[in-house]
Design a protein around this ligand. Structure first.
Ligand SMILES: Nc1ncnc2c1ncn2[C@@H]1O[C@H](COP(=O)(O)OP(=O)(O)O)[C@@H](O)[C@H]1O
Ligand SMILES: [Mg+2]
Length: 294
């Protein structure tokens, strides 16, 4: 009987709902103390919703993946907002014009290797208003809408020793969508009101206003997730004032799935497709893509 290991808190409702859809499969919450390397520990599939918060777990899931467990999401996927933007440009996926600003390390002298950026040039290339945000942020942490060169300079000065920052063209929009992406082939577009710190809202919508974009957005989302090798992601798309879609955020690999926040039918869709993916990976004996040759 295939074994599914779960890395998530035992009282998480979504994961308990997933487990109840995996009848016939052996599932267990993983609990780890000291480990020998290599250890005999092996699951067919590991559903990982928590390892990114603990460096011990972050490395152990890589070890388990190399040992043959299929981990969702692949712990070797190297996604962040810089890589994602680069891939969007390589894959012709519409995205805001973006520049990266250097991290200025106060502890470690980099000589001329890393120098102060020419923010006047950045302001000219990107224009105002623009968006300043960390390459690895989430939940709107340190996301700023910037209107003037002075603001950009002050913000950069206050953040440059703590974050690698992106400056992005601000896409003016009325409509914003979250694309729940599963198994690199299933996409559910949900109208979304993004707000800081998990205050966002999901709205029921027949998607009439973006009917002509649904196939394209789905295709682009699947293509980016395939390139990144990410099985579960929530990608954010804005529709600009001319009606053109732009990807804003493709770095939500542990999307919060809460029954009381997501409309019922959408919650059930995510639950169905996610559980079916776990079952499929276990039955096929798939392995994660890795950068190592074994
Ligand atoms: N380039 C942009 N144009 C317009 N709005 C943006 C842009 N970048 C970010 N935003 C707004 O800021 C919010 C947070 O930015 P996002 O990139 O999603 O960071 P986080 O990973 O912290 O959620 C987005 O949901 C969107 O509303
Ligand atoms: Mg976001």
């Amino acid at each position: 009987m295939p074994g599914i290991g779960i890395l998530e808190l035992k009282n998480d409702e979504f994961i308990n709902n997933v487990i109840s859809r995996l009848s016939g499969m052996k599932t267990e919450f993983i609990s780890l103390g000291e480990l020998t390397i290599p250890s005999g520990l092996k699951y067919d599939v590991i559903v990982d919703r928590i390892s990114s918060g603990n460096p011990f777990l972050t490395e152990i899931v890589k070890k388990l993946s190399l040992g043959g467990s299929y981990v969702i999401n692949n712990p070797f996927s190297a996604t962040n907002k810089i890589i994602d933007t680069f891939l969007c440009s390589a894959l012709n996926i519409p995205h805001p014009k973006t520049m990266v600003l250097p991290f200025i390390d106060e502890q470690w002298d980099m000589g001329d290797t890393v120098r102060e950026p020419d923010l006047e040039r950045v302001g000219k290339e990107i224009g105002f208003p623009c968006v300043l945000k960390p390459y690895d942020g989430y939940a709107w942490d340190n996301v700023f809408f910037v209107n003037t060169m002075n603001e950009l300079k002050n913000l950069y000065d206050s953040l440059k020793t703590r974050h690698v920052l992106l400056v992005q063209e601000k896409i003016e929009h009325n409509d914003y969508y979250r694309a729940f992406c599963i198994n690199k082939k299933e996409v559910l577009l949900v109208k979304h009101k993004p707000r800081p710190r998990c205050q966002s809202e999901y709205l029921l919508s027949d998607l009439k206003e973006i009917e002509s974009h649904i196939d394209k957005i789905s295709k682009w989302s699947n293509r980016l997730n395939s390139s990144l090798d990410v099985d579960f992601n929530a990608m954010e798309w804005a529709i600009d004032l001319d009606g053109k879609p732009f990807i804003i955020d493709s770095f939500n690999e542990i999307p919060e799935i809460q029954r009381n926040v997501i409309p019922h039918d959408y919650y059930e869709w995510i639950l169905d497709k996610f559980s079916a993916m776990v079952r499929e990976k276990a039955e096929k004996g798939e392995r994660n893509r890795t950068i190592f040759s074994l």
